[in-house]
Design a protein around this ligand. Sequence first.
Ligand SMILES: *[C@@H]1O[C@H](CO)[C@@H](O)[C@H](O)[C@H]1NC(C)=O
Length: 641
Amino acid sequence: MKVFVRSFLCFFFIFFFLQRVICETQAESGSEHASLPPRGWNSFDSFCWTISEEEFLQNAELVAQRLHAHGYEYVVVDYLWYRRKVKGAYTDSLGFDVIDEWGRMIPDPGRWPSSRGGKGFTEVARKVHSMGLKFGIHVMRGISTQAVNANTPILDITKGSAYEESGRQWHAKDIGLTDRLCTWMPHGFMSVNTKLGAGRAFLRSLYQQYADWGVDFVKNDCVFGDDLNIDEISFVSEVLKEINRPILYSLSPGTSVTPTMAKDVSGLVNMYRITGDDWDSWGDVTAHFDVARDFSASNMIGAKGLLGKSWPDLDMLPFGWLTDPGSNEGPHRYCNLNVDEQRSQMTLWSMVKSPLMFGGDMRKLDEITFNLITNPILLEINSFSSNNMEFPHITGGKPVHLSKQGVQSNSVADVKASETHFLGLSSCKDSKSKGWSIKAIDDDLEQVCWEGNSRSKPHAPFCLYKRRPLSASDEDTMHTLQNQGKFHLHATDTMEFCLHASPKQKLTSKEFKRGSFSPCRWEANQMWELNHNGTLVNSYSGLCASLNTIKANAGSGGIRSWIATGRKGEIYLAFFNLNSEKNVITAKVSDLATVLPGKILNDASCTGTEVWSGKNYGLIKESVSIAVEVHECALLILNCN
Ligand SMILES: *[C@@H]1O[C@H](CO)[C@@H](O)[C@H](O)[C@H]1NC(C)=O
């Protein structure tokens, strides 16, 4: 009877919603993991690490009421849910985490009161499930520094007691790899030695506990991209396969990831980030075009994954009411992208079939944002389109020569290749961090300059101003001796901002000018020292800086286009204008046929409608041209035969 009612409801719903509906998602979950790109909400963009149980459940309730019918299913607590929110605690502080007797992270009872009495996230998961949603958590690599310092024993879940092998008990110090710290949170976590039975037993004890709590989704951080740890990913994947609970496995972030690197992990997971953190700047949006193209060209979208499929992940959607990266503060500001830019981001994410994880605070969700993230056409494309790829055969020009036939001008779009510098932090033993030296400007002003090394391309030296930190108080002066030889680094000689090496911004992923300078303070994160071998070491993390250059040809401008086919044979064609002036973008019907062979006949003609304007383009015989505003996108639905 129950079965009958449910399938009846399914039919009932399908008539009313063309997009994914509740009953459909339920039907899926039994069989294949992530058969469609996962969709949900994540706390990071609006709360950074600071979210409380009450705030989380309020958001979850609103996801259930407003977004679940649109396929948003997972609600995920992002990082540091185990960190006490007290004075002195921040994203890379040491000593504020709550761990159990086995060195495992447990929710901070101050922020997560229902966790008291050893209940962990059980109550939160139960409430989330009662809302019809699924519950996810973020976890870091390996083991916490705090557990290693406390040298906690390791739990053997098969026996329920301390892990023993070779006639002795094993502890955190036996498995923690102190030379494999997470580079952007060096005080927080390190890898464990998965070659040891005890290392594997520890990881197993973590994931079994997550399953016991009722977790449905794990976002594993600092194991991929620049921080790749294939041993941990492989082992966790094995554990999740055996655990008696379907848990989606997600990797993050994916700085410098290439399809070649991702091929080793895509079969072990359900989604994996292919870029650094995405925030609400236009540069972050455009940085996703090239990498998305490369992954689609390698057939990685919806490839085989852990007990199902895997999806290249372009990161959360930072729209609506947000916080800042690395902040100790909850949501307090609106998204910096304008509506056109948000539309372009949402369209790209949909055309790429990226998982869609909304990041804004649900309690202040405005109508424009709501309509964008629930746009039925974009969600249909995101879930069900195929043949998704970049469509390179477009031409663009400035709209001055517009005539009835469209663009007459052959001027090539303004596709500039520019370079972006960003500061990377890595081990001082790594020879790629050599290349800094001192240059004197005058008697009391010196610069520290990066001239690169044999491994980097020659370029003009990049210099920062060097200053002895000014101590503001007696207490500070006490530190002076400790800090001899150490200095502040400034971008300009006005000395207001200091180079800051905290993982506030995961420094590996971001351009140099943003986020890595902050008001000067007397703190180890802003203290630097130059070694004799030309490495520049940060006093807090002990990591060394190097200047990296990335070619940002997509980032700086140009016109781009993506194409995909729909379930009913329709063709989706998106034009993106990344330039800072209006462009007319043109595609020829015969070129559509070359990328979608079999879908479109060579002598086809199409009819088309543009989604945002609702404009009908009538019969398109040879080509279609659309004037696209700055940072805007146009999305055509074409029917060709
Ligand atoms: C440079 O010198 C420092 C300090 O002596 C040392 O720790 C580091 O390993 C050296 N790095 C390289 C690449 O030689």
